[in-house]
Design a protein around this ligand. Sequence first.
Ligand code: ASP
Length: 440
Amino acid sequence: MLKVAKFGGSSLASAAQFAKVKAIIESDPARRVVIVSAPGKRDKSDSKVTDLLYLCNAHLKYDVPCDRIFEMIVERFTSIKADLGLTLDLDAEFDDLRSKLVKGMSVDYLVSRGEYLNAKLMAEYLGYTFVDSKDWVMFRYDGKVDFEKTDEKLRDIYSIYNKVVLPGFYGTLPDGNIKVFPRGGSDITGALAAAALDADVYENWTDVTGILMVDPKIVKNPKSIARVTYAELRELSYMGAAVLHEDTVFPVRRKDIPLNIRNTNDPAADGTIIRAAFPKESEEETTRFITGITGKKNFSIINIYKGNLAQNMDVLRKVVGLCGKFEIGIAHVTSGIDSFSLVVSTEDLDKRRYDFLRTIQTECKVDEITVTDDISMIAVVGRQMAYRTGISGKIFSTLGDNQINIRTIVQSADEINITIGVFTKDFEKAIRVLYESFAK
Ligand code: ASP
């Protein structure tokens, strides 16, 4: 059994957090591969080490001294080292980095040092081997990961050292230079390691107890999702739930390795498991029907009327083409016999609203165009909703009972998502009543 465990910045922000990580690692001998982010914020007013490193780079770029910020970074690592009684020669590490701090230095190298140093400290603390990610995460010149090479390199390393700490966030280009992933990219490093080593599970340790069924800013203490499929996750994140980046899941999804989101501050909680499918559903899952509810504000509905539109697809084709030309994102299209509607981003529409509407009027010779603003879209997502009767009925009656008017309705082809448009004044209330009606 092999568990690959990635810890995010808030799990590593201080010596006290390091101690929690050590307890988690030591509680399960299968946790032999550990990936770390750079130290994150200790509290709301604190700074992430990676942000400080980017700030150093900005100072260098404009010839402004960055000593004060650099000293803040030194202090973060030094205090973790001192509090844990470690021996890593941080002075030598920082002297080396200081000597490289010149205008035009590699930004990627500089900002990757947060993960590099944190991994060195964590390796010593756990008694694991530090392996630099420049030696196994291989990028191609086009900036994409070379999966084959990456897998092979890590497997070779793991055959020699089988208890390792790996820094997240960066790897090497073919010319040997360091390249970082986009922000938050240590998640990707963890997924690459799990995939390369065919891990039994990829644990992603963070500061929340898994993915919540609904935004906690709207519903107090919502339940967390025990198990979610990648397809559901895509629907939830597309509509606004902040979950993992698409690139993160790709390596583990490819190999069907379960991805488990866990909370470093609450290790007893099981968190959320993400997989392509769950062969056996729990009773709770089959009776609750829905996995999560999410939504987004700031949509407009453009309604276009013209006699017998259903027989004249040309108008729809032209209007969709004009949306492309005017760079207006279309979220949904719904149609009737003499009309169709487009749900679009209000922000996009506002850039050239009248120009766009005039062009439709003249080029498509429609009878009437109306626009309804202040629309919010709410997605009710669940793999258990598919091919089951009564779910949409329950959604509509819940909203109806609460005097919430539905402006538009869309169901995804696989029936795992029913999205409804409501007026933004009803957004929070709609999510709340739907959660209450389904989550019990
Ligand atoms: N430390 C990097 C960041 O703040 C990468 C990561 O934490 O995943 O974006």
